[in-house]
Design a protein around this ligand. Structure first.
Ligand code: NAD
Length: 247
């Protein structure tokens, strides 16, 4: 199981922007051999790929992908092309309290399906690897807001902690980690004033404004730190500029 980023092939869902892109950038900065960005948003992904390639040499590629539809087909292309994947980062995610089914499909069901597929590819007999699943501070803390989003992120934490449990890790050799960022400045949070129902909006906005907001680059660097030290089945919170802590 590599805890060294040097020479790794890293696949990032939702890699066209925000936290996924910051993780891709940080992994390249720390010696990853290549990153494969998967995203629905081709325009944003093309820009992201060009930026990473200009910064790190031609080490980033993009494959158009809807995580709820394209798992088998895109994974075949990745394995045919690169033979191996060392790290999978499941970062694609949305907030949409008006469409619970879609939130659960993207934020939770897809994370489970992608984890199970890559676990089989990486497991003993393969060369091991790490799966990093994006939960949230809303994967463990409770307030009155974003109940569907919270359900998806609590789910990611439950899945990752149990599938990545030492008991399973001993059998598979594949490490599963959950990341729980606090509020981070990305495209996703730019629309936060409209996240909640009208009747809750004012209180929600005041609550969100009171949280420490992190820069996305901080989250990318913190994930590299966690990658270097974390045991399988653990979850790590990143809030503002505070040191990372186990959640
Ligand atoms: N920004 C925050 O404050 C924050 C905090 C905690 C957790 N998170 C989580 O971090 C992850 C990344 O969020 P972000 O803030 O970087 O948002 P973002 O909107 O910048 O990035 C999300 C990316 O996912 C892609 N995506 C959405 N649906 C997809 C699908 N079906 N298939 C493929 N790609 C898809 C989007 O096109 C986008 O590029 C999400 O899982 C989010 O829930 C964000």
């Amino acid at each position: 199981m590599p805890k060294d980023i040097q020479g790794t092939t890293v696949v990032v869902t939702g890699g066209a922007s925000g936290i996924g892109l910051a993780i891709a950038d940080a992994f390249l900065q720390h010696g990853a051999h290549r990153v494969v960005l998967l995203d629905l948003n081709a325009e944003q992904a093309d820009q992201a790929t060009a930026t990473l390639n200009a910064k790190h040499g031609n080490k980033a590629t993009f494959i158009l992908c809807d995580v709820t539809q394209d798992l088998d087909q895109v994974t075949k292309v990745i394995i045919d092309t690169y033979k191996t994947v060392d790290v999978l980062v499941n970062s694609a995610g949305i907030v949409n309290e008006r469409n619970p089914r879609k939130v659960i499909e993207i934020n939770l069901t897809a994370v489970i399906e992608w984890s199970l597929k890559y676990l089989e590819i990486m497991r003993k007999g393969g060369k091991g690897g790490t799966i990093i699943n994006m939960s949230s501070m809303y994967g463990f803390m409770v307030d009155p807001y974003l109940p569907t989003y919270k359900a998806s992120k609590f789910g990611v934490l439950g899945f990752t902690k149990s599938k990545g449990h030492e008991y399973n890790f001993k059998k598979t050799g594949v490490r599963l980690l959950a990341i729980c960022p606090g509020v981070t400045k990305t495209n996703l949070t730019s629309g936060y004033k409209n996240f909640e129902e009208k009747e809750n909006q004012e209180d929600f906005v005041a609550t969100f404004d009171s949280f420490p907001w992190a820069e996305v680059t901080r989250v990318g660097q913190a994930v590299v730190e966690v990658f270097g030290k974390a045991d399988s089945g653990t979850a790590w919170a990143i809030q503002g500029d505070e040191p990372v802590f186990e959640a």
